[in-house]
Design a protein around this ligand. Structure first.
Ligand SMILES: *Cc1c(COP(=O)(O)O)cnc(C)c1O
Length: 381
């Protein structure tokens, strides 16, 4: 059966060019980058080239990029790293209620260690309130961590505005940009971002490689001890092939960003328009204006989200309910709850996230099946 994949916020397929670029680092150039002989030096050089490409995508300097094992590790590294480096100065952190678990659970761990965390609520579109942010700032606030774009509903936060406020109070501003990187333009200098996370497998590079940008001058404690790799901030022999792959993916994302955005937005807008027209009671979750170009998230009253997913799967269609991290558990998504959905509506949600390989014919196939399945499920009630 042909697989039609609409879950690009959960992960993406590795691009052919990315894989090609990686292969030599498994085969001929397998040297340890810390070694002095030629194949070690080749690896070292490849890492630095990759670092430049990652930096270019977000307009950072290469020496501000640290490679990590994943987006989650990037979030852990900077949130814990900033907390531990500043515990004498203050112990208060501000974040939002709709962060990815990589941020939420890290903050909860810090709370158990004596830090205090304010979790900002969001409005029905998933946006934080700037006044509320301002009012939450205290003398001992050391970090503001607000995601760039939400992985479930695609809401894009007013990042420049948040950064400006953080800068005004001399507080470090971190943004989890795993969903935003490669899908919308990011300029850390212009936007005033101090720290940012990104992940390879969300932008057509492999799983198991991520990156963390930290503006030079921002101090943080390392959380992984060992060798002196990554400017002594992340021990462990480098995942050279992964880094090379991430570099290539960032280079391609940078080159194709405008066209990529236009493509995703076209599919998304068509899908949203058709669903709204053809499926009774469909409610679009999130924002219309401030939304990732490839994200659509609907609730369908009187439809069980899990049954919907299973029926779609039977047609070879991959989509997601709430988020990949929460589906499989029966608790309703914390994001959908935070934007005011009832448990029932939260359980009847479907997330469709488009990627570069999707074409309109596939979206039509999805629409046909979605309409049929929802009709069937509602009749079974
Ligand atoms: C996927 C994701 C992460 C985690 O990235 P991994 O590389 O899978 O650890 C963090 N934040 C957001 C917003 C994500 O979508």
């Amino acid at each position: 059966m042909k697989i039609r994949y609409f879950d690009n916020s959960a992960t993406t397929r590795v691009k052919e060019e990315v894989l090609e670029e990686m292969l030599p680092y498994f085969k001929e150039n397998y040297g340890n980058p810390s070694s002095l002989y030629s194949i070690g030096r080749i690896s070292k050089k490849a890492i630095e080239e990759a670092r430049k490409k990652v930096a270019n995508l977000i307009n950072a300097n290469p020496n501000e990029i640290y490679f990590t094992g994943c987006g989650s590790e990037s979030d852990n590294t900077i949130i814990k790293g900033i907390a531990y480096a500043n515990r004498k100065r203050g112990r208060h952190i501000i974040t939002s209620k709709i962060e990815h678990p990589a941020v939420l659970h890290t903050c909860q761990t810090l709370e158990r260690q004596g830090f205090e965390v304010t979790y900002l609520p969001v409005n029905h579109e998933g946006l934080i309130n700037i006044e509320q942010l301002r009012n939450s700032i205290r003398n001992d606030t050391i970090l503001i961590s607000i995601m760039f774009a939400n992985n479930e509903i695609g809401t894009i936060q007013p990042i420049e505005h948040i950064a400006k406020i953080a800068r005004m109070y001399n507080i470090v501003f971190h943004t989890d940009s795993v969903q935003a990187c490669g899908n919308i333009p990011i300029d850390v200098k212009k936007m005033g971002i101090d720290s940012l996370s990104l992940s390879g497998h969300k932008l057509y590079a492999p799983k198991g490689i991520g990156a963390l940008y930290v503006r030079s001058g921002v101090e943080f404690e390392k959380i992984l001890d060992g060798g002196h790799q990554e400017k002594d901030k992340r021990a462990g022999t480098e995942n050279v092939a992964g880094m090379v792959g991430l570099g290539k993916a960032c280079e391609l994302a940078n080159k194709n960003l405008r066209e990529h955005m236009r493509h995703l937005k076209e599919l998304r807008d068509y899908f949203i328009e058709q669903v709204t027209k053809r499926i009774e009671g469909a409610v679009l979750n999130g924002s219309i204006e401030n939304r990732l170009p490839g994200n659509a998230n609907f609730s369908f009253p009187s439809v069980d989200g899990e049954a919907l997913l299973l029926n779609l799967d039977a047609k070879g269609i991959c989509a997601s309910a709430g988020s990949a991290c929460t589906s499989g558990t029966s608790a309703p998504s914390h994001v959908l709850k935070s934007i005011g959905l009832s448990d029932e509506l939260a359980h009847s949600s479907l997330r469709v996230t488009f990627g570069e390989e999707n074409i309109k014919e596939d979206v039509d196939f999805l629409l046909e099946n979605l309409c049929e399945i929802i009709d069937k499920l509602r009749k079974q009630l």
